[in-house]
Design a protein around this ligand. Structure first.
Ligand code: GLA
Length: 396
C-alpha cells in the first residue's frame, strides 16, 4: 500500500516529467509568425558546395537580388550552407566563423544584408557534426540559438548527419524550442530528408521540412522529387511547407523546358524557392524563369495550399513514383492547373469539368509562362519534351 510520504515524491516526479515533456510535445504548434508563405531566397550549397560558404558569396548574392530585380519580386533570404565555421568550437563552447571565409565575422555580413532590406540565413546540424564535418548542435542547442540571434541570423537550416539512431522529431523539437527562446525571429528550415514522415508532424516543429534526400542536377532527380511531392501536398499550409530542396536552375544540367518544369512544380507545390546558382553568371533564359511573376504569385498565394495530381477522365491513372502530367490546386482567388509533357512532346488538354475546385462551366485563364489569356471550358498546351504550362483559372 502506498503511504503519503511515498505519494508526494511520485506526484512531484510526475509534475516535473510533464513540465519537462511539454517543450517536446509533438502537437505543440510552431507559431513563430514566420513562413506564412514559402521562403524565397538563395543558398550557397548547389553553387559550389563547401567552397562557396563565404562572406564574399553571400554579399554577391545579396547584391544580385537587388540588381537583377529579384528582391522586388520577393526573394529575400541569402543563405550560407555547410562549411562556414571553424572545425572546432572556441574555449567558451561557441561555434566560430572561419576567419579566412568571414574576415569580419558573421554579424557584419548579416548587418550589411539587413541594410539592403534582405535577410540572412545559416546552416547547422542536429547531430554532433554537420554533414561536412563542422560542429553540430547536439547538446548545444540553446547556446547555438543564442549565438545565431546575437548575429542577427534570420533563417536556420538544420541538418541530420552524425545523429543518434531513432526518431528525429525530438532533436528537431529541441532546436525549435531553443530558437523560440533566442529572442530573435528565426525561420526554421528542417533538413532531415523526409525521414520519419516528417510532413505528418513538421508543421508543429518547423517552417519547412525537406521531403527527400538531396536533389541532383538532372531531370530524373527533379521529376522524382516532384512526383513524391504530389503524394504529400495536403500537409502544406501557412507557416509550414514541404521543402522540395534547393533549385538547380542555372547549373547546366537541365534544358530550358526542364528548368520551367522544375520551377513551375516547386511553385505550385508551395515549396520554398531557394535558388542554387551563381547569380552573377545566370543566363537570360534561366533568369527569366526565376523571375516569372505569375508563378511567384501562385507560390506566395496566402491560402498556402499545395497543388496535387488529378486524373482527367479518359487519361491513364498516376503511377507511384512517376511524375504525372496533370496537376491542380486551390488559390485564394481561383485554381492553378499545371500540365507537364513527361514522356514526350505532347498537346495536353483538360476540361474544367474534370478539375478539382472548378467544375463544368466557362472560366478565364492565363498561362503564366507565356502570358497568353483566354476564356472557355478547357485549357490546352502544346509542349516540348519535359516542358510545363501553368494556368491560373478564375471565375468569369
Ligand atoms: C546535406 C543536406 C544538403 C547540404 C549538405 C551540406 O546533404 O541535405 O542540402 O546542406 O548536407 O553538407
Amino acid at each position: 500500500m502506498l503511504q503519503a510520504t511515498m505519494i508526494l515524491p511520485l506526484v512531484l516526479t510526475t509534475l516535473v516529467t510533464v513540465a519537462n515533456a511539454s517543450p517536446l510535445e509533438p502537437n505543440k504548434r510552431l507559431d513563430n509568425g514566420l513562413g506564412k508563405t514559402p521562403a524565397l531566397g538563395w543558398n550557397s550549397w548547389n553553387v559550389g558546395g563547401c567552397s562557396t560558404a563565404t562572406a564574399a558569396n553571400a554579399l554577391t548574392a545579396a547584391k544580385a537580388f537587388v540588381n537583377l530585380g529579384l528582391k522586388d519580386l520577393g526573394y529575400s533570404y541569402v543563405n550560407i550552407d555547410d562549411c562556414w565555421a571553424n572545425k572546432n568550437r572556441n574555449s567558451n563552447g561557441d561555434m566560430v566563423a572561419d576567419p579566412s571565409k568571414w574576415p569580419n565575422g558573421i554579424k557584419s555580413v548579416a548587418d550589411q544584408i539587413h541594410g539592403m532590406g534582405l535577410k540572412f540565413g545559416l546552416y547547422g546540424c542536429s547531430g554532433t557534426q554537420t554533414c561536412a564535418g563542422y560542429p553540430g548542435s547536439q547538446g548545444n542547442e540553446v547556446r547555438d540559438a543564442k549565438l545565431l540571434a546575437s548575429w542577427g541570423v534570420d533563417y536556420w537550416k538544420y541538418d541530420n548527419c552524425y545523429t543518434p539512431s531513432g526518431n528525429s522529431s525530438g532533436r528537431f523539437m529541441r532546436m525549435r524550442d531553443a530558437l523560440a527562446g533566442s529572442g530573435w525571429p528565426i525561420f526554421y528550415s528542417m533538413c532531415q530528408w523526409g525521414n520519419d514522415a516528417v510532413w505528418t508532424w513538421g508543421r508543429s516543429v518547423g517552417n519547412s521540412w525537406r521531403t527527400t534526400g538531396d536533389i541532383t542536377n538532372d531531370w530524373a532527380s527533379a521529376a522524382k522529387i516532384g512526383a513524391h511531392a504530389g503524394t504529400i501536398a495536403g500537409f502544406a499550409g501557412p507557416g509550414g511547407f514541404n521543402d522540395l530542396d534547393m533549385m538547380e536552375i542555372g547549373n547546366g544540367g537541365l534544358s530550358a523546358a526542364e528548368e520551367r518544369t522544375h520551377f513551375g512544380l516547386w511553385c505550385i507545390a508551395k515549396s520554398p524557392i531557394i535558388l542554387g546558382t551563381d547569380l552573377s553568371k545566370i543566363s537570360a533564359s534561366s533568369l527569366k524563369i526565376i523571375k516569372t511573376a505569375g508563378l511567384l504569385a501562385i507560390n506566395q498565394d496566402p491560402l498556402g495550399k499545395a497543388a496535387a495530381p488529378f486524373k482527367p477522365s479518359g487519361k491513364p491513372a498516376p503511377v507511384s513514383g512517376k511524375l504525372y502530367p496533370y496537376w491542380a490546386g486551390p488559390l485564394s482567388d481561383g485554381v492553378v492547373i499545371g500540365l507537364i509533357a513527361v514522356d514526350a512532346a505532347a498537346t495536353l488538354s483538360v476540361s474544367f469539368a474534370d478539375v478539382p475546385g472548378l467544375g463544368a462551366g466557362t472560366y478565364n485563364w492565363t498561362e503564366v509562362y507565356g502570358g497568353t489569356t483566354g476564356s472557355g471550358t478547357s485549357v490546352s498546351a502544346s509542349l516540348g519534351l519535359h516542358d510545363m504550362a501553368v494556368f491560373k483559372v478564375t471565375k468569369v
